[in-house]
Write a protein of this length. Structure first.
Length: 130
C-alpha cells in the first residue's frame, strides 16, 4: 500500500514544483561564479529557462478548467526544462561546473521531465469540472 495521497489545492502542492524551484535557485547560486562575459548569454538564459519551468507550472494550474490550456502550459514547462538541460551541457563543456554537479542537475531535470510528461499524459485528471 502506497503513501496516502496529499490534497493538491495549489501549484505549490505539486511534487514537481518544489523540485523545479529548488533547481532554479541552485542554478541561480551556481551561475554567480560564471565568467562575467557569460552574464548576458548562458547566465541570463539558464536563469530564465529554469525559472520558466516553475512559472509555467503555476500558469498551468490556473488553467485547470481547460484541458488544452493545461497541456500547453505543461508542455511549455517541459520545453523549458529541456532548454535548461542543454544550457547545463554548455556550462559543463565550457568548464563552468564540475562533472558531478552537471550530472546531478541533469539527473534531477530528467526526473522533472518525467513528472511533466506523466502530468501531460494524465491531463484529464487535472481538469476541475464546474
Amino acid at each position: 500500500m502506497g503513501a496516502p495521497k496529499q490534497k493538491i489545492s495549489t501549484f505549490r502542492d505539486l511534487r514537481v514544483y518544489p523540485a523545479a524551484m529548488d533547481l532554479a535557485m541552485e542554478i541561480f547560486e551556481l551561475t554567480k561564479s560564471f565568467p562575467k562575459e557569460e552574464t548576458y548569454s548562458i547566465v541570463d538564459q539558464i536563469r530564465r529557462s529554469s525559472r520558466s519551468v516553475c512559472t509555467n507550472l503555476s500558469e498551468a494550474w490556473r488553467k485547470t478548467r481547460y484541458r488544452a490550456a493545461i497541456v500547453a502550459k505543461l508542455s511549455d514547462s517541459e520545453s523549458e526544462s529541456a532548454e535548461t538541460q542543454v544550457l547545463l551541457v554548455f556550462s559543463f563543456r565550457c568548464g563552468y561546473m564540475k562533472k558531478a554537479i552537471f550530472q546531478a542537475f541533469d539527473e534531477r531535470y530528467e526526473h522533472i521531465l518525467s513528472q511533466l510528461v506523466r502530468m501531460i499524459m494524465d491531463a484529464d485528471k487535472w481538469i476541475i469540472r464546474t
